[in-house]
Design a protein around this ligand. Structure first.
Ligand code: SF4
Length: 398
């Protein structure tokens, strides 16, 4: 049954509450749901109902297309001047001996190690340290683009930009313009956590606040550039805090249209200061993807990081609003594994990613960072998948 028929079947369900019926009708009519309706969904909606609505939106926008890219990460350092309570990745400067701090040459060597590979994106994020200042990052971006002009530089979040601009005494608009001129091409979505100050002040109190995070993205969008957004969910926040977060993103997107993708990030509780907080269930993860898809009616894409939520949950998420499962990664990120993700060395070949998507009946599309299609893999067979051809032996008549 296709997603439109599933929605019609939902309307035939006599047990559907009036409020759920009204929300479903809004989804069918392509109308926006309200703050209170979003909270109501979190509080009351079951997984199958949310799946029908989210999948309807997903298939209306993207059909069966499921996107991924070929990328690698550079994580300049795991030392950080901040001390976010949920962070399993960073080491405080006073414990410097336990961390890494890549030099410019070391980072360029990572880029060069991909010279003969068809990757399209370098994703650069890590901790915040004084030596990684504006000049350092501008020189890094310029050097990467000089070495490999076709590689898209997606780098740093408002957490780093707020810190380095303040240190350099430049305003956000000037700073982002300088970054663009140096070679920055898009911004990932990290550092958003939960915007509401009641939660942000408890889990990430010293770094940029919600308004500053949003302002930096706004300045970037004003330059005609694109970025992503995230939400760290499933810890001490309430459903109201989640909707407040989505609302602020939806408002900025109305204003600029510069966001491409929303990525819900599941809180993991290994080796951090919030290890006592239980993690969300897979059902809650899927509900959260679905409600994000329904609420963010002005975002094109919803992404699930397969490396964070596991391959099988990523497959499931494709029925709950998700249309992108990120990239090959090539074991270049420690952010997920250090937080307790099942994938301790996240890397998938293109063939594996394509199979993962095809196995659940979706169409794998390799994209670049800006969602231009690189390869449609629907009918592509990999060399060792080609079925052996059998030839009839000649019949010899004596
Ligand atoms: S989440 Fe980011 S800013 Fe916070 S401590 Fe970890 S690396 Fe630093």
């Amino acid at each position: 049954m296709d997603s439109a028929n599933q929605l019609e079947t939902l309307f035939n369900n006599k047990n559907l509450s009036n409020q759920h019926r009204e929300i479903a009708q809004k989804v069918k009519n392509n109308e926006r749901i309200t703050f209170d309706e979003g909270v109501h969904l979190y509080q009351t909606a079951d997984l199958s109902y949310l799946g029908v609505l989210a999948n309807y939106i997903r298939e209306k926008r993207h059909g069966n297309n499921t996107y991924f890219n070929r990328n690698f990460h550079i994580e300049p350092t795991n030392l950080c001047v901040y001390d976010c309570k949920f962070c399993s990745y960073s080491v405080l400067i006073k414990e410097r001996s336990e961390g890494w701090e890549y030099t410019m040459d070391e980072m360029l060597n990572i880029v060069k190690s991909y010279d003969d590979q068809p990757v399209t994106e370098a994703h650069i994020v890590g901790g915040v340290l004084p030596q990684y200042d504006m000049d350092f990052y501008m020189n890094l971006f310029t050097a990467i683009k000089k070495h490999r002009p076709d590689l898209h530089v997606k780098a740093l979040t408002p957490v780093e930009y707020h810190y380095i601009f303040k240190k350099a005494k430049v305003d956000y608009a000037t700073g982002m313009k300088m970054m663009k001129e140096a070679g920055l091409e898009s911004m990932p979505g990290g550092g958003a956590e939960i915007f509401h100050p009641d939660i942000r002040n408890q889990i990430a109190k010293d770094k940029c606040n919600a308004d500053q995070w949003l302002q930096i993205h706004e300045e970037w969008h004003k330059l005609g550039m694109r970025s992503n957004a995230t939400m760290l969910y499933g810890h001490i926040e309430t459903f109201e805090h989640r909707i407040d977060h989505l609302q602020r993103l939806r408002d900025l997107q109305d204003k600029t249209g510069g966001f491409q993708t929303f990525i819900p990030l599941k809180f993991r509780n290994q080796d951090n200061q919030m290890s006592n907080v239980p993690e969300s269930t897979v059902v809650e993860d899927l509900r959260n993807y679905a409600i994000s898809r329904i609420y963010l009616d002005n975002f094109d894409h919803i992404k699930a990081y397969w490396a964070m939520i596991s391959r099988s949950t990523a497959q499931l998420s494709l029925n709950f609003g998700v249309d992108d499962i990120d990239g090959t990664l090539d074991d270049t990120t420690k952010i997920y594994s250090m937080a307790g993700a099942e994938e301790q060395h996240p890397a998938m070949s293109t063939k594996d990613l394509v199979k993962l998507i095809k196995d659940v009946g979706r169409k794998p599309i390799e994209r670049d960072t800006l969602y231009n299609v690189v390869t449609d893999y629907e009918n592509v067979e990999f060399a060792d998948e080609v079925k052996p051809k059998y030839y009839a032996l000649p019949v010899i008549n004596n």
